[in-house]
Every structure is written in C-alpha cells, then in structure tokens.
Design a binder for this molecule. Structure first.
Ligand code: ACO
Length: 334
C-alpha cells in the first residue's frame, strides 16, 4: 500500500472586499453584531464582470498549487472538486476544470459535502493514491456564495457569514515518511434540514417555487438553525479530531497546526479551549474571508503555508463540520 502527501497548495480570493459596514447599507446589521457573534470583519465577493465563477476561481487556485508541486496539468491523474455552489446544476465543476486547464481526459469527480467537502475530497483522493491507481490527484474547494445569498434583512443571519474564494491541494504519491496518516469522515442525515438550501431541486422545481411565492421561506436561499448548528459543531469537531489523533497514537499537545473549517471564530475558539491548544497551534483567517465552506480549509492551509507556519515534519490536522450534518478530519505529517 502506498501513502499520499500534499505536494502543493494554493488559493485565490476575488479582489472585491466587502466589509461589515458595506453590508449594513444593504440590510439591518452592524459591524459590532457580526464581529461579536462570528469574528468576521470582511469577506470577498465576486464582482459582476470580474470574470470569476466557482470553477474559474478553482482553476486560479489549482494553478498555484500545481506550480508549487512542480507539476504540469498533464501530470494530474484525477480531479476532485468540492463545492455547494457550482456554476451549473449539472455538469459539475470538475469537468470545467479539466477543460480550462487543458488536462488529459482524466476522471473528474464532484463532492457535495458542503463545509466538510474539502476533507471528504482529500479522503477520496488519498484512497486512490493508496491503492496505487493514481500518482497525482488535484483537490479543489471553491465557492461563489455571494451569487446566491439573500442580502435583505430577512437573510441577514446567514448572509453576513459567507464569502467567496477557492483553495486547492495536489495530493501525490509519497516517496518518503509521513504524509497523510489517516482521514476520518462521518454523516448524520437526520439533521439535513438544519442547514440547507431546498431548491431549485426536483422536490422544489422552478414553476412550483414561482407558484407558491412564499416571501418568508424562500427555498432558493440557505436556511440555517444557527444555535443548533453551533452546538453540534463544537461536539463533532472535537470528536473527529480526537478520533484521528487516537488512530495514530498522538496527543493534542503534539499538534503543530490545527486548520479548522472556518465556520465561525467562536466555534474555532471553543474547540481550541476544549482541546487545550495554544493560539499558535490553531490557524484562523475567517476575520478576512468569512466562511467559504468547501474553500475555507484549503485557503487557510495555503495561507498558513505561505506564512511559514507549516514546516516539513509538522503535525497538521484538518477538521470540518457542516451541512448534512457531515464532518471529518485529516491527520497529516507534513
Ligand atoms: N445583524 C444584526 N442582528 C442580527 C443578525 C445580523 N446579521 N442576524 C440575526 N440578528 C438578530 C436576530 O434577528 C435576533 O434578534 P431578536 O433577538 O430580536 O430576535 C438576534 O440577532 C439573535 O439572533 P440569533 O440567531 O439567536 O443569534 P445567535 O446568537 O445564535 O448568532 C449565529 C447567530 C452567528 C449564526 C450563531 O448562531 C452561530 O454562530 N451559529 C453557528 C453556525 C455557524 O457558524 N454557521 C456557519 C455556517 S455552518 C458551518 O460552516 C458549519
């Protein structure tokens, strides 16, 4: 059995910065409320005409990751693309990446696991490398949230949290020690409605939505039971990090860098305290980008790496929780 390692990381966020004060011009909200509840100061939104989309941002991040891995698009054996905000209902973003990057006719798999999407995608890529089937798998997490949020006061409890962006990692066959030690992924579908977007879907198709014209519960805007999500997130994050540490006979004190999905700064702080980690053991950048769902971990991973906070031999832990509910972790010896 082979093992895999992350051979390159990259990220891209749109230039357009949207501050909390900018949002307060669109809806009844304010900087103090948003910062106190979520830690977010600003986020990036695609601007009409800037050429970005979910897959375009994914490609921009992927190009950086490939360059850092010293690989060319022709070297990639598979694409795994995680998003909840694809450019099209179908086909998925993976095939768009295959075309835009001029890749061989490699398999392109879309993963739909929302905030856990990147960890799920890493887990899938890791399995293909472990079996020896592929040598280099491109994993992308990308989101265009701003294209589908309710920017009126009605949608404020959700819309202030999310931002746009993309991150990517190349997983390659590991020739040395370490690499991805293990991944752990879970789901609990009974909570599927607590954080969801109901339509358009085959259950809520367009003519029905138009006919119902329900101004209170619009199915094409996300719904989130915030406090319910918060309570489950803090439990599952800690649980799945501990599961990964235990599987490798490691202690939380040995973590060099925990990269939690950037759901909410308060959730990350809660986990940090629960796991007894120091500030320098946990990476947060939600203050600048908001919650970018499947993109949040690879953006954070890429930034942490750029800032020299992840070095060879470090124990890096990725952990996520989100809609589904789904959650997961990856334990990596960098
Ligand atoms: N600006 C100002 N006021 C607001 C806003 C806003 N943007 N949004 C809601 N409010 C108001 C509400 O209307 C409510 O007013 P009321 O008391 O007059 O009824 C009041 O603020 C409190 O609302 P709650 O929803 O109870 O606020 P809460 O303290 O729960 O904070 C939040 C909301 C931030 C969403 C919180 O529940 C939370 O962090 N939940 C975790 C979920 C999360 O982080 N999700 C991220 C995405 S999911 C993921 O990535 C895992």
């Amino acid at each position: 059995m082979y093992t895999s390692k992350i051979s390159g990381v990259g990220h891209y966020v749109p230039e357009n910065v949207v501050t909390n004060n900018d949002l307060s011009k669109l809806m009844e909200t304010n900087d103090a409320w948003i910062q106190e509840r979520t830690g977010i100061k600003e986020r990036r939104h695609i601007k009409k005409g800037d050429g970005n989309s979910t897959s375009v941002m994914g490609v921009k991040a992927a190009k950086i990751a490939l360059e850092r891995a010293k690989l060319a698009p022709k070297d990639i054996d598979m694409i795994v693309f995680a998003t909840l905000s694809p450019d099209m209902y179908f086909p998925g973003g993976g095939v768009q990446v295959q075309e835009m990057m001029g890749m061989r006719t490699v398999p392109a798999l879309d993963v739909r696991n929302q905030c856990s999407g990147f960890v799920y995608a890493v887990s899938v890529a890791d399995q293909f490398i472990k079996t020896g089937m592929y040598k280099h798998v491109l994993v992308i997490g990308a989101e265009n949230h701003s294209g589908g949020l309710d920017f009126t006061t009605r949608g404020r409890s959700v819309s202030v949290i999310f931002g746009d962006g993309a991150g990517a990692a190349v997983l390659s066959r590991n020739e040395g020690d370490g690499g991805i030690l293990s991944t752990h992924i879970h789901s609990e579908g009974k909570h599927k409605d607590q954080l969801s977007l109901q339509g358009p879907s085959t259950e809520h198709w367009v003519p029905q939505i138009i006919q119902e014209n329900d101004q209170e519960n619009i199915p094409y805007y996300p719904y989130m039971n915030g406090q319910f999500v918060f309570k489950h997130a803090v439990v599952r994050f800690a649980e799945v990090i501990n599961e990964g540490l235990k599987a490798n006979n490691l202690e939380s004190s040995e973590i060099d860098m925990l990269i939690p999905h950037q759901a909410n700064l308060r959730i990350s702080q809660f986990i940090q305290k629960k796991m007894k980690l120091r500030d320098d053991q946990v990476f947060n950048n939600i203050q600048k980008y908001g919650n970018t769902t499947a993109a949040s971990i690879p953006i954070a991973l890429s930034e942490a790496w750029e800032q020299g906070k992840i070095k060879d031999g470090d124990l890096v832990v990725l952990a996520a929780f989100g809609s589904g509910f789904t959650w997961g972790s990856a334990i990596i010896r960098w």
